[in-house]
Design a protein around this ligand. Structure first.
Ligand code: GMT
Length: 379
């Protein structure tokens, strides 16, 4: 199949999932066209079957806001015609599903029919999409998609609760490349550079936005390091970083906290991590938790949204109510202060991650493409 993928090209989970999906589909023989405003960060390999088409939005003094949706729709029309793209898969509803629908309508004028698969990722529904400013357009574009998927059962439920949806929503969970996250394959796991042998390494990866409750990460770590030698690794950049740095300074733990910034090599950081913290306010899935688990790192998380579908309480880690820092700290110390228990949780985390093997999940998307194309042919 010739598949057009529209996504955010940044470090966010939806862009990561879209990129990994495209790369795996290309390995399975499909021709993939990424259409977005920058080369996706995880798209390092552009080959015969993988193409990248940049959407440009020229500046014009009249525009207070640059019309990205318009430029994206036009680019989609051009690329569908030029490369004979058969299906468009858009990740994150805003504004991608809307722009794709406009492209589809323009193409129909030229007797070209290109169906749209929309994958809902999280904040396009729970935080941003349900805002009254966007809600009518998001509802419309979900209902006008030829197929809709959500990355967790929880997100599907939220979408049906928050919007007036006439379409079927299939749950296709996020996935992981288990070979890439296999610690045995990492020869340069440099634990010794980060911490002493007796120190436990606690990790958090996110875009450090308020929804991630990164202050809770620091509070939990503060409680852990009172009980045992430990280091905290932050991976990612975002608006809460300064507040976190100040909190660490105030608590007198700055020397125990390392900020890595954005990284494309999180498997190399996870390979030496003992515990992962994800105390988010909302989280449709928690791809970062799955990446940690695949690297054999247990997870202490909130029980928000779709996290319980990934992190299994008492098996791969523990779940607590959002904001219950004391419970999260207690659970973290419980896992970390007994080596045998820690090893059991590490093995369990890896085992639970196997359920999200990309070789199992990617065919689910292929099936949706095939069914959607077949359905559109008879229309
Ligand atoms: O809202 C975000 O955190 C960004 C968004 C994205 O575009 O990366 O993340 C969402 O999609 C990820 C991939 O499906 C999920 O793993 C995250 O849980 C989800 N984030 C939230 O729901 C907060």
């Amino acid at each position: 199949m010739k598949i057009g993928i529209v996504c955010y090209p940044t470090f966010g989970g939806s862009g990561v999932v879209a990129t990994e999906l495209g790369l795996e589909l290309s390995k399975r023989g499909h021709e993939i066209h990424f259409i977005t405003y920058n080369q996706p960060v995880r798209l390092e390999l552009i080959g015969n079957n993988v193409h990248y088409h940049e959407v440009n939005v020229p500046e014009y003094p009249l525009f207070h806001y640059q019309p990205y949706e318009l430029a994206l729709s036009s680019k989609l029309v051009d690329m569908v015609k030029l490369h004979k793209i058969e299906i468009l898969h858009v990740h994150y509803a805003i504004p991608h599903a809307y722009a794709a629908y406009m492209a589809k309508k323009m193409l129909i004028e030229e007797d070209i029919y290109v169906p749209i698969v929309t994958t809902l990722h999280g904040t396009d529904i729970t935080l941003v999409g349900s805002h009254p400013f966007y809600k009518p357009a998001v509802t419309f574009s979900i209902n006008k998609s030829d197929a809709v998927t959500a990355v967790s059962a929880s997100l599907r439920k939220d979408t049906l609760r928050l919007f007036d949806i006439k379409n079927k929503i299939s749950v296709v969970p996020n996935f992981i490349d288990l070979e890439k996250h296999n610690n045995e394959g990492i020869t340069d796991c440099q634990r010794g550079l980060m911490a002493n042998d007796d120190e436990k390494i606690i990790t958090h990866i996110s875009n450090l936005r308020p929804v991630k409750r990164v202050q809770d990460v620091v509070s939990i770590f503060y409680n852990i390091q009172k009980e045992m030698p430990a280091k905290l690794m932050f991976i990612g950049e975002g608006p809460e970083k300064e507040s976190v740095e100040q909190q660490c300074a105030k608590l007198g733990i700055s020397s125990k906290v390392i900020f890595f910034g954005r990284s494309n090599e999180i498997d190399k950081i996870l390979c030496f991590s003992d515990l992962f913290l994800l105390p988010s306010e909302t989280e449709s899935f928690g791809l970062a938790a799955l990446e940690a688990m695949a690297s054999g790192v247990p997870v202490i998380s909130s029980n928000a949204g779709g996290i319980p579908e990934v992190n299994i309480h008492g098996v791969s880690g523990y779940l607590s109510n959002v904001g219950d820092v004391e419970d999260m700290s207690k659970n973290a110390i419980h896992i970390l202060n007994n080596e045998t228990r820690l090893e059991t949780f590490k093995a369990n985390a890896r085992k639970e991650a196997l359920k999200f093997d990309l070789h199992e999940i990617v065919p689910q998307y292929e099936k949706i493409y095939e069914e959607t194309l077949a359905k559109c042919l008879v229309l």
